[in-house]
Design a protein around this ligand. Structure first.
Ligand SMILES: Cc1cc2nc3c(=O)[nH]c(=O)nc-3n(C[C@H](O)[C@H](O)[C@H](O)COP(=O)(O)OP(=O)(O)OC[C@H]3O[C@@H](n4cnc5c(N)ncnc54)[C@H](O)[C@@H]3O)c2cc1C
Length: 471
């Protein structure tokens, strides 16, 4: 098929898109700035099981607290993508560890480097071309006299071949920016398109996560109470230092310990939070085996992902779950929605905004994920203004209940019930100013959710402008 898609960035979103498009006979080139050995992260993330399954991976089955399947690692250094230990239920503690709730955890611990390399192999087998050490720089586009997303037409990009330092021009019917939160390409567009705005500092968390060896036999100290003395449980400590802290066991000898904070938070660095946790748990052997740290996008998704000849995917479009920073699942789902649209566009030899708008429609109207992310962003913003003591209170009084937490942590929005709050006020456990603060957050989240349910289903400049004005 004579239609060329260039995907910039070999993250999970870009690679799943490349694999699926190539599988339909569409010419796809993935342009990645790193080498094959460097792509992905040198740690293991909690990734939505359903997204990886939808992407076509041979997913393991649960057998008690273990995953069983061909892609499960036998041990830390053995082949495979998924860590052996399963966390079907997760304990979520309040920041002061005063109380906890148990939730269903719809994630699987996934080695990000192995996942990236596996997706590359699959994309190549489907016919995609991958060019490493090529850094996307600027979009090639022409302007017309319209303002807004209809005002430009993208025809390719410039990229730097990092070894020779040579700048090259690459033509494409469709350029997909899948380059993560730095989103270099879209920011080269004119501001009036609405696609070029940089993310704000408050849209980021700073996250640190490391894998450590541990000794379950000699675990002397439990996490919360004596009854848990022999193990270091899988847990979140939610709302801690404006973010959360966690530990996830990988297998019999290794554990992942991490923390994230609001990027402009003035308290402890996430590395210090991790170190403090280790100091509390003598069973963990200091000195990380692997891991790393980086900013992580947690803001509201872009209101529009497309213009003529161009589509923004994954973290570049801020589609991570704001209440956790987990973005792999969203990037994969966004890619899968886009595949159907791009395949149709390719068959019709189209790349116009009207056609590509269908990608927005699917993300915001067909999938509850779009409106949920907008709502969860509002919830995140208000939770981040609360003190540990306030959050401990809301946990303890069940004003933040297990069902709401379960949805928020799994990337879905469930409205907190205001009637429970009215009950709380009447029963005398009230803290009026705190409840008002929570109420304000719930209202903002509801409003955002409803607003996205009214997202324009087809491209219409006037309708989109009106919708944006009400945001
Ligand atoms: C410490 C940490 C922990 C995290 N934990 C989780 C977790 O548990 N679960 C989860 O789901 N998510 C987690 N995330 C977030 C997750 O990593 C991202 O949401 C996800 O990787 C986004 O995928 P993506 O496809 O959008 O692109 P990315 O994975 O960001 O990949 C972008 C790719 O583009 C390449 N690139 C960048 N710029 C250019 C350029 N100019 N030209 C060419 N190539 C370029 C990069 O090298 C990279 O390979 C975590 C993030 C961090 C930092």
């Amino acid at each position: 098929m004579n239609y060329r898609v260039v995907v910039v960035g070999a993250g999970p979103g870009g690679l799943v898109l490349a694999k699926k498009l190539a599988g339909q006979g569409i010419g796809v080139t993935v342009c990645e700035k790193e080498s094959f050995e460097e792509i992905g992260h040198n740690w293991s993330d909690a990734v939505e099981y359903s997204a990886l399954k939808a992407a076509g991976l041979d997913m393991p089955e649960l057998a008690g607290r273990q995953w069983k399947g061909t892609l499960v690692k036998g041990g830390p250094e053995e082949p495979g993508i998924f860590e052996k230990h399963a966390v079907p239920r997760l304990k979520v503690y309040s920041p002061g560890r005063e109380s906890f709730k148990e939730i269903d955890f719809d994630m699987i611990t996934t080695d990000r480097r192995r996942l990236a390399q596996h997706l590359v192999t699959e994309a190549k087998a489907a016919g995609a071309e991958i060019i490493y050490n090529h850094e996307g720089r600027d979009l090639l586009y022409t302007e017309n006299d319209q303002k807004g997303p209809g005002g430009v037409s993208v025809s390719g990009l410039t990229a730097k071949e990092l070894r020779s330092e040579k700048l090259i021009a690459i033509d494409a019917d469709l350029v997909v920016e899948s380059s993560g939160f730095q989103s270099v390409l879209r920011s080269s567009l004119p501001k009036h398109t609405g696609l070029a705005d940089p993310f704000e500092k408050s849209d980021f968390a700073l996250v640190h996560r490391d894998v450590y060896n541990y000794d379950p036999e000699s675990a002397e100290k439990g996490f919360l109470s004596g009854s848990e003395a022999q193990i270091i449980p899988d847990h979140y400590r939610y709302g801690y230092n404006s973010g959360y802290q966690w530990s996830h066991i990988h297998n019999e000898t290794q554990i992942d310990i991490g923390a994230g904070i609001k990027s402009d938070h003035q308290g402890a660095d996430p590395r210090e939070i991790v170190e403090a946790f280790i100091a509390e748990h003598p069973a963990v052997k200091p000195g990380p085996v692997r891991g790393g740290r980086s900013l992580c996008i947690v803001g509201r998704p872009l209101k529009n992902f497309v213009t003529k000849g161009f589509f923004v995917l994954g973290d570049a479009a801020s589609t991570s779950v704001p209440t956790t920073g987990c973005g792999v699942g969203s990037a994969i789902y966004a890619a899968l929605h886009a595949v159907e649209v791009i395949a149709e566009a390719a068959a019709e030899k189209r790349n116009d905004l009207e056609k590509l708008w269908e990608i927005n429609r699917k993300f915001y109207l067909e999938d509850p994920r779009g409106p949920s992310l907008a709502a969860l962003n509002e919830l995140r913003s208000v939770l981040q203004t609360m003190t540990h003591e306030e959050l401990d209170f809301l946990f303890e009084k069940d004003l933040i209940d297990a069902a709401t937490l379960q949805e928020a942590i799994n990337g879905r929005y469930k409205r907190l019930e205001l009637t429970d709050m009215a009950k709380a006020l009447r029963s005398g456990i009230a803290r009026p100013s705190l409840l008002l603060k929570l109420n304000k957050g719930i209202r903002a989240a509801d409003k955002a959710y409803k607003h996205y349910l009214n997202y324009p289903s087809v491209w219409d400049a006037r309708e989109f402008e009106l919708w944006q004005r009400e945001s």
